[in-house]
Design a protein around this ligand. Structure first.
Ligand SMILES: Nc1ncnc2c1ncn2[C@@H]1O[C@H](COP(=O)(O)OP(=O)(O)OP(=O)(O)O)[C@@H](O)[C@H]1O
Ligand SMILES: [Mg+2]
Length: 371
């Protein structure tokens, strides 16, 4: 029987974790339990473990993998290399977000490569690259794939030139190495020059990393799941963001408030529309930009790519997630599983499709045939 190693990072135990952390589910989580309110959090959210997975997600992935072989859990803690070496699985299914640093998502795949063990998903280079949103944009630009103009701000001194630009506002500021809406609230939409400095200084201080300042993309937003490789890579039904579902007066962005405060299991925010109701022409244009990005960045097996329309209505890549969030419960509004469901793939089939794509690349046989 095929031995499938399963690499993940589990969120801290509720008993050991402070209350603020318990309010958070894993990536793309809606379930904060906090009251819906238009008031942005007065203190920055404590979001250290926002990317890690919950016990429920880990159990659901394990169940899906078990249809294809014997699953060996390999939590990606500090003795992961030793346990991986001892377990010697035929393939590793990787959803580990990593422990620390800007290359954290690359660590597990790099260790698998070190031991010559096949693994699912993108390689260490692509995972590290896509966690650096500015470097990602450099590659996209080099391939002539639309992405908003940007400036990387490493220190307060670099703000002066940006503040002096009379045009070009609003801008959007965000930490260059984060995901799961870490550091992204309505405050990051910078309407005019005077508002830029406080926002950027706060992000520099809190996240201890450069801040990416971009042209604000005012148009519609879509998140686009991709499954497969090469000629078989396909874009799943697009998930459109319905910003009209946000509380009155909210800015049209999918940030911390929409993801963690305004979307609750008892009162889900009807922000997603899947498949997005758009013209076939726009859909084709978005799909082309998405598949070109997937290819240019070297994504493998699966990914989720965020796109917004610019002022001219042109699909523009916001960011690329080669390690997408995969909450199993449909009421959790997780976008990749949602897009897969719209394509007729339930959760097990989505996990199976990713595993199958990886196994096919490596010639690893699986039980249960093609997902
Ligand atoms: N240049 C921009 N113009 C307009 N809105 C933007 C821009 N960049 C980001 N946003 C808004 O902020 C949201 C979060 O940004 P982004 O996707 O880069 O962050 P993230 O935390 O990595 O997201 P994810 O949760 O998908 O990992 C986007 O979904 C979009 O609504
Ligand atoms: Mg995003």
């Amino acid at each position: 029987m095929t031995r499938i190693g399963f690499a993940y990072n589990q969120k801290p135990d509720p008993i050991a974790a402070p209350a603020a952390e318990l309010a958070r589910a894993d990536e793309e989580p809606p379930s904060s339990g906090a009251a819906a309110t238009l008031v942005a959090p007065t203190t920055a959210p404590d979001d250290e473990y926002a990317e890690w997975d919950s016990a429920e997600t880990i159990a659901a992935v394990e169940r899906a993998l078990a249809r294809h072989g014997e699953v060996v859990r390999l939590e990606a803690t500090d003795d992961f290399p030793q346990r991986l070496r001892d377990a010697r699985p035929d393939i590793v299914f990787n959803i580990a977000e990593g422990l620390r640093g800007p290359n954290r998502e690359a660590h597990v795949p790099a260790i698998c490569e070190f031991y010559g063990i096949p693994y699912s998903g993108s390689d260490p280079f692509t995972l590290a690259l896509c966690l650096d949103k500015a470097r990602t944009k450099e590659i996209l630009r080099a391939h002539d794939i639309p992405t908003a103009d940007w400036w990387l701000v490493r220190s307060a001194g670099q703000l002066t030139a940006l503040e002096a630009r009379p045009h070009g506002f609003p801008l959007f500021a965000k930490p260059v190495h984060e995901g799961s809406s870490k550091g992204i609230t309505e405050r990051n939409v910078v309407a005019h020059a005077a508002a830029l400095r406080p926002v950027v200084l706060e992000l520099l201080e809190r996240y201890q990393q450069p801040v990416l300042v971009e042209t604000f993309l005012p148009g519609a937003e879509f998140t686009c799941g991709v499954l497969g490789n090469g000629a078989e890579a396909r874009v799943l039904p697009l998930v459109g963001m319905n910003f009209d579902a946000l509380p009155t007066g909210a800015l049209p962005i999918y940030g911390f408030e929409a993801k963690w405060l305004w979307d609750r299991p008892d009162e889900p925010l009807p922000i997603f529309e899947c498949p997005a109701r758009i013209t076939p022409a726009l859909r084709a244009e978005i799909e082309q930009v998405v598949l070109r990005s997937y290819e240019a960045l070297g994504c493998r097996d699966w990914a989720r790519i965020d796109v917004r329309l610019d002022a001219a209505g042109r699909p523009t890549v916001v960011e690329v997630n080669p390690l997408p969030g995969i909450l199993p419960d449909p009421s959790d509004n997780s976008c990749l599983p949602k897009a897969a469901r719209a394509a007729g793939l339930d959760y097990d089939a989505l996990i199976g499709a990713c595993l199958q794509a990886a196994a096919a690349r490596h010639g690893v046989p699986l039980e249960g045939g093609r997902a």
